[in-house]
Design a protein around this ligand. Structure first.
Ligand code: PLP
Length: 387
């Protein structure tokens, strides 16, 4: 007898996890695979958690999250993203953006509702949409367009069942950003077709070359139809802390809160205290880390160019997504052979959806030393293949 629900049966295990089980069984692998900062959380933030424990901050908090943290979030989002939320009823503290994505989709979808999103994309989108009863409708984006999502492509994909547009800029895995001019057109389209928008802005601090990130939530007429998801994982090197937040209109946050209060109750108390420190005083640490990522990005871009791997110059996040299509491998074959022959782990592009075929994701959130070594090994691999 099949004991799992048909939806759970349908969902494949994450391509990234499968790959990493193999990586973990091997020795001396240089991994450019994992999507998290190689830095440890800055000490002043860790200290805030320790101090919270010393003060006995061990009980449940409000379901919505600590009022002081919600105020800090409101201030931060208003300063950085240019949109104001009421900390009393428009902000919910979540267990990472991961929980926020799940809550947002479950709160708004009815069975069979379609969710549009750009692909290649973060691995959790399609499964989370399915688990919420929705239908994932990926819109492929292309290297030739710097993986920009065009409003014209969205317009073509809209049907009477389309309810939600899910955005992620800067994008994992491509490092793409969205120009404001395109964002404005997308906002107009969402208003015209009465779409809700879920925007995952977890990489919003990590843009380079004076490129500015713009939130769709801040555009005129959009706040009422946008759920803005953000968190401390990437900007403040806090992936293991599991803290994020959702901002949106009262009714949508209220719906998400109903699920959160029964499923999770609240995010951990002492970690919320640390998130206050990150948002209020983390800017200098963030700047230092971002400068490091920028240097590493320049290095990996230079190396991809030297190796003849076509790529879109990443403007944000900490990934580069070169094409390996001309080498005659599938993404998976390339990643597997590179791993077995040269012990370098890159993620096959297909982990990020079908339109990732022909690409591999390389994270540069790792030390320069490892990046140097990894790219020397990739170079050897490519040479050996030619000869
Ligand atoms: N959204 C994107 C686009 C990501 O790349 C990730 C992690 O890699 C997440 C969400 C998960 O974030 P969190 O650690 O806040 O759950």
């Amino acid at each position: 007898m099949n004991r799992l629900s048909s939806i759970v049966e349908q969902i494949p295990k994450s391509g990234i996890r499968d790959f990493f089980e193999i990586v973990q069984s091997m020795e001396n692998v240089i991994s450019l695979g994992i999507g998290e900062p190689d830095f440890v959380t800055p000490w002043h933030i860790r200290e805030a958690a320790i101090y919270a424990l010393e003060r006995g901050k061990t009980a449940y908090t409000s379901n919505l999250g600590l009022p002081r943290l919600r105020k800090a979030i409101a201030h931060y989002v208003s300063e950085k993203l240019g949109v104001s939320y009421d900390p009393r009823n428009e902000i919910l503290v979540t267990v990472g953006v991961s929980e926020g994505i799940d809550l947002a989709l479950r709160a708004v979808l009815n069975p069979g509702d379609e969710v549009l999103y750009h692909e290649p994309c973060y691995v959790s989108y399609a499964p989370t949409i399915l688990l919420a009863g929705g239908l994932p409708k990926p819109i492929p984006t292309r290297l030739e367009d710097d993986f920009i999502l065009f409003s014209s492509a969205i317009e073509k994909a809209i049907t009477p069942r389309t309810r939600v547009l899910l955005l992620n800029f800067p994008t994992n895995p491509t490092g793409a950003i969205l120009p404001r001019s395109e964002l404005l057109k997308i906002a107009e389209l969402c208003i015209a077709h009465d779409l809700l928008v879920i925007t995952d802005e977890i990489y919003s601090e990590l843009t380079y070359d004076q490129v500015e990130h713009h939130s769709i939530a801040a555009l005129e007429g959009m706040k009422q139809r946008v759920i803005l998801l953000h968190g401390v994982s990437k900007a403040f090197a806090m992936t293991g802390w599991r803290l994020g937040f959702a901002c949106g209109p009262d009714d949508l946050i209220g719906g998400m809160m109903k699920i959160h209060q029964y499923a999770i109750l609240c995010a951990p108390n002492m970690l919320q205290e640390a998130a206050i420190e990150a948002l209020e005083s983390g800017a200098p640490s963030l700047l230092k880390m971002r400068n490091q990522y920028a240097q590493r990005r320049d290095f990996v871009a230079k190396r991809c160019q030297e190796l003849g791997l076509p790529f879109s110059f990443p403007r944000g996040a900490f990934y580069i997504f070169p094409s390996i299509a001309h080498l005659g491998f599938s993404s998976k074959e390339f990643a597997m052979q590179l791993l077995h022959k040269k012990k370098v782990a890159l993620i096959p592009g297909t982990a990020f959806g079908e339109s990732g075929e022909g690409f591999v994701r390389c994270s540069y959130a790792t030390s320069m030393e490892k990046l140097h070594d990894a790219f020397s090994r990739i170079e050897e691999f490519l040479h050996e293949r030619k000869s």
